[in-house]
Write a protein that binds this ligand. Structure first.
Ligand code: ZN
Length: 235
């Protein structure tokens, strides 16, 4: 339905953004990707991005011609501000504010604003992100209301309509696996298992049926539970 338009996907190299990239490749005439460095404690996700892009290109007819340029932007200001378990040596746990210590305040707001600014220069009005308000994390910058408000602010501030698409917003992790299967069949779920990185520790040493990870951080636990529910529904 957006066939003539271009899209820019926030592509981190994780399960959610890889599913979003496949979703966009099924819908838009051309799809660019953007990743962000912000002083992450590990580089496993960023290292997975080129492998994932190369595999997606060959996965389905049309995807090779639609998958366009990749960009990496530096948002090290988030590291300078610090204080998160994703950027500093902080234990991953629930904080006093009721949010996990993995919360990076302003991160998704900056990601989407930077992506929209890049899109402005590239002639792209459709931004696609993997924000999701279901399941564990409860990050306030992943809520539908936050995204819609930001979409409005960006559209006003850039004086053009910018659409932020969040295809995973209402899905739980089992449904995200199902969406990947619908989009790219077993080849895509296998790619996500083998190559995407969700683990907060960036662990690529321990292989589980749902993929690589430490197996005990909240991101691994969420991914493992989602995979188990997905497998229970398909078998
Ligand atoms: Zn982990």
């Amino acid at each position: 339905m957006f066939a003539k338009d271009k899209a820019l996907v926030l592509f981190s190299g994780g399960q959610d953004s890889t599913t979003c990239l496949a979703w966009a490749l099924d819908r838009f005439a051309a799809v660019e990707t953007v990743g962000f460095t912000y002083g992450q404690r590990h580089g496993a996700e960023m290292a997975a991005r080129p492998r994932l892009r190369a595999a997606l290109r060959d996965m389905k007819p049309g995807w090779a011609t639609r998958l366009a340029d990749d960009h990496v932007l530096d948002l090290d200001v988030l590291k300078a501000i610090g204080g998160s378990a994703l950027t500093d040596a902080v234990k991953i746990e629930m904080g006093d504010n009721g949010l996990p210590t993995t919360f990076v305040p302003g991160r998704n707001l900056m990601f989407l604003t930077a992506a929209a600014a890049l899109g402005y220069r590239r002639g792209i009005r459709h931004i696609v992100g993997g924000m999701c308000e279901t399941d564990y994390s409860g990050y306030p910058d992943c809520r539908e209301e936050t995204i819609r408000a930001l979409e409005h602010a960006i559209s006003l501030g850039m004086d053009r309509h910018v659409a932020i698409h969040t295809p995973l917003m209402k899905l739980d992790k089992a449904q995200t696996w199902s969406l990947a299967e619908q989009l790219g069949g077993a080849a895509l779920t296998k790619l996500i298992v083998e190559e995407t990185v969700t683990c907060y520790e960036g662990d690529r040493a321990h292989r589980h049926e749902w993929g690589y990870g430490c197996g005990h951080c909240p991101a691994c636990e969420l991914r493992a539970k989602g995979w188990a529910r997905y497998r229970a529904t398909v078998s």
